[in-house]
Each structure stands twice: as structure tokens, then as C-alpha cells.
Design a protein around this ligand. Structure first.
Ligand SMILES: *Cc1c(COP(=O)(O)O)cnc(C)c1O
Length: 394
């Protein structure tokens, strides 16, 4: 694919679309169609044979979706992008593409709850085993790699404990063995972290979060090498069918235009909230990548532009106190998901990570006192006032 030599803030708005091709329409048109007509039987034959470019059926491709796929590929500096109907449709398509029965996946020690559920199912149904690793050193990773390891799957920052993994280090070890590294980059978005530039092979996003940014779409995106994603498009995407709708692709193109300015505001607000949480007597621990007392701060400096909009913290109290804190809030919303304009707060042990068995959950650092805050775009003073009031009532 052709790089456009424009800066990130310009590419989020322009890349992959030329108004000249679409009757001058400033914004990308919404092609709300399921299928495409052929001018003749022979043309239909050529399209199916791959001898002529052109659309056939919207599960195989759609012009609005194509613009989105080209744009995300540019933003992640990859060769090709693919859009899916949800983040989990993207995760499952990639993991199924990279494994067969009896293979092995090496994972970071914390994972999105449903990804954990998917790995459990793959183990039960297809004997595809997995191990978890802190991935703190190269040795630790080498020790867990087996002859049948076909994928290293990493989240960083890890949801919800915000631990970080050094992606360049992981990709160096993986290259020794020729194993692809897949990174779930949802928490950072391409604005804050670009795993392909660090030597990783595939990037996955739940576009539901920062990329959409407005709490109105469920979608997933993948970026990687053209050969690999061509194969995914023709197998696990086409035949399993978890494609995005044209309208959702259109909403993501709209959301993407403001990604850099939204992310900067999320980060500014999060930094202000962290500063204040640190001095509050009810707070026992704070987990935020851009906090200088964070043990992984050096990794943040190497691979993330800023700390992001999600903060996790433990309160000094019980599970009931953690739940009471949520109930004490006046306008901050109790909800899972993240990356929206609205500040969202949730209790991972009983919500996003309730499916994880208690011993694994505690090993991941998800205690009953842990709370996850997705800092929104409101005035940080109002966010803090609501949070401080709720904490003071405990
Ligand atoms: C939300 C999320 C997913 C799943 O995405 P959906 O769009 O909800 O299917 C995967 N990984 C991470 C880190 C997420 O936050």
C-alpha cells in the first residue's frame, strides 16, 4: 500500500478517500447495500475468478468499509486493515487463523475477559493450549515457548491492572522462533502506541472504545501484513462472517477524525485525576501507565506517547465499599466499556472479569477492591468533585 507521507492528525481525516471519486462528497458516502450488480454474466464470472477488481457482496467488501480499512492500516503503519463486527469477532478470526488443533498460544498474564473465555473454549474443543506469562524478561518467554507455539498474544496496557509489556523485547524473542506476535492495542489506540513499528506482526482493536469514541458502535479492526490479512479475509472473515456493517464503518470514520484531540483530552484529564487520587486517604493503590512511581514507567516512556485515559485504583476497604463508591456517584456513569466522551466506572471483579475463576483473577491482580475508571472528556474538575464526594462518603 502507498504511504501518504502525511502526519497522523491529517491521515485520521483524509487517508484512503478522495472526494473526486464520489461526486465531490466531502465525507465518505455510506454504501448501505448488501450486494452489487454485474453488467453481464461474464463480468460476474471475472469478479468471482479474481480477474477483475470490483465489489460482489458486502460480506466480501464494501466501499465505505474499504476506506475505513485503508485508513486504519495507515494509522497503524501496516500493509492492510480489516474491519469486523466487534472486537471479539476480530480476536476470534485472528486466533482461529493462527492455530489448528493441538497448537499452543502464549499470552500476557492479563487479558480481556471474553478473550480469556475464547481461549478456554479453544482448549476444551480443539485442545489448543495456552500459558500466561508476565513477559518481564526474554528468558521467561523462551521458557514457555513450545514446538507447537504458533502465536504470542499480548495486551498492553493490560486490562484492568494497567501493567505494561515491552513490545520490542517480545517481538525480538518471537523472531528467534518465527512466531507471530499479536497485540490487542485497544487501550492505547494507534495515537499512543504503534506495535507494528516495534516489530510486532498483527494489531487488533476493539474499535468500540477510543476509535469510535462516542459509545454508539460495536466494532473491531485488525492491521498486519497483506499476505496474512488477505488469507484472513478469504477464510475466517468470509466464512465465519463477523463483518462490520457499512453504517458502523461510517460512524468509525467520523469518530477517527477527532481521535488525536480526544485522546489528548482523555490523557490530560486522567493526569489531573491521578494527581488527586494519590493524596486521598481512601485510596490504597493507583495503576496508571504515566505515573512515575509505576514500576513499568520505563516501558511507557519507550513505547507509549502518553498514559491513556484509563486509571485503575484500589480502595482501602471491602468489596461492599467498592460497590458503595459506585453507588455514591452523582453523574459519573456506572458502565463497562471505555474510551467514550462520558466518564465510565466499573468494578472488574463482579463485572468485566466476573467470568475469570477467582484464583486466576486474583493472580491477575484483580482484587475485590479494584475499580476501573475510564476518564471521559468532561471538565476534570467536575469528574474529580463527583469522585471525591463519593470517596468521602465511604
Ligand atoms: C472491549 C474489548 C475487547 C472486545 O471488543 P468488543 O468490541 O466489545 O467485541 C477486546 N479487547 C479489549 C482490550 C477490550 O477492551
Amino acid at each position: 500500500m502507498v504511504r501518504n507521507n502525511k502526519r497522523f492528525e491529517t491521515s485520521v481525516i483524509h487517508h484512503g478517500y478522495d472526494a473526486k471519486d464520489m461526486l465531490g462528497s466531502l465525507t465518505t458516502p455510506l454504501f448501505q447495500t448488501s450486494t452489487y450488480t454485474f453488467e453481464s454474466a461474464e463480468q460476474g464470472e471475472c469478479r468471482f475468478a479474481g480477474e477483475e477488481d470490483g465489489y460482489i457482496y458486502s460480506r466480501l467488501g464494501n466501499p465505505t468499509v474499504t476506506v475505513l480499512e485503508e485508513r486504519i492500516a495507515e494509522l497503524e503503519k501496516g500493509e492492510r486493515g480489516l474491519a469486523f463486527g466487534s472486537g471479539m469477532a476480530a480476536v476470534s478470526a485472528i486466533l482461529i487463523a493462527l492455530t489448528k488443533a493441538n497448537d499452543h498460544i502464549l499470552c500476557s498474564s492479563g487479558l480481556y475477559g471474553c478473550t480469556f473465555g475464547l481461549l478456554t473454549m479453544m482448549k476444551e474443543k480443539y485442545n489448543i493450549d495456552h500459558d500466561f506469562s508476565e513477559m518481564a524478561t526474554k528468558e521467561e518467554i523462551r521458557d514457555l515457548i513450545r514446538p507447537e507455539t504458533t502465536c504470542i498474544y499480548v495486551e498492553t496496557p493490560i486490562n484492568p491492572t494497567m501493567k505494561l509489556i515491552d513490545l520490542k523485547m517480545v517481538s525480538e524473542v518471537a523472531k528467534e522462533y518465527g512466531i507471530p506476535v499479536v497485540v490487542d492495542n485497544t487501550f492505547s489506540s494507534p495515537y499512543l502506541q504503534q506495535p507494528l513499528e516495534l516489530g510486532c506482526d498483527v494489531v487488533i482493536h476493539s474499535a468500540t472504545k477510543y476509535i469510535g469514541g462516542h459509545g454508539d458502535v460495536i466494532a473491531g479492526l485488525v492491521v498486519g501484513k497483506k499476505d496474512f490479512l488477505d488469507e484472513v479475509a478469504m477464510t475466517t472473515q468470509k466464512d465465519i462472517g463477523g463483518v462490520i456493517s457499512p453504517f458502523d464503518a461510517w460512524l468509525l470514520l467520523r469518530g477517527l477524525k477527532t481521535l488525536p484531540i480526544r485522546l489528548d483530552r482523555h490523557c490530560d484529564n486522567a493526569e489531573e485525576i491521578v494527581k488527586r487520587l494519590k493524596t486521598h486517604p481512601k485510596i490504597a493503590n493507583i495503576y496508571y501507565p504515566n505515573d512515575t512511581s509505576n514500576p513499568d514507567y520505563a516501558i511507557k516512556e519507550k513505547q507509549m506517547k502518553r498514559g491513556g485515559g484509563v486509571i485503575s485504583f484500589e480502595i482501602d476497604g471491602s468489596k461492599e465499599d467498592a460497590q458503595q463508591l459506585l453507588n455514591n456517584l452523582s453523574f459519573l456513569k456506572i458502565a463497562v466499556s471505555l474510551g467514550d466522551a462520558e466518564t465510565l466506572i466499573e468494578h472488574p471483579a463482579t463485572m468485566t472479569h466476573a467470568v475469570v475463576p477467582e484464583d486466576s483473577r486474583l493472580k491477575m491482580g484483580i482484587t475485590d477492591q479494584l475499580i476501573r475508571l475510564s476518564v471521559g472528556l468532561e471538565a476534570w474538575e467536575d469528574i474529580w468533585e463527583d469522585l471525591e464526594n463519593a470517596l468521602n462518603q465511604l
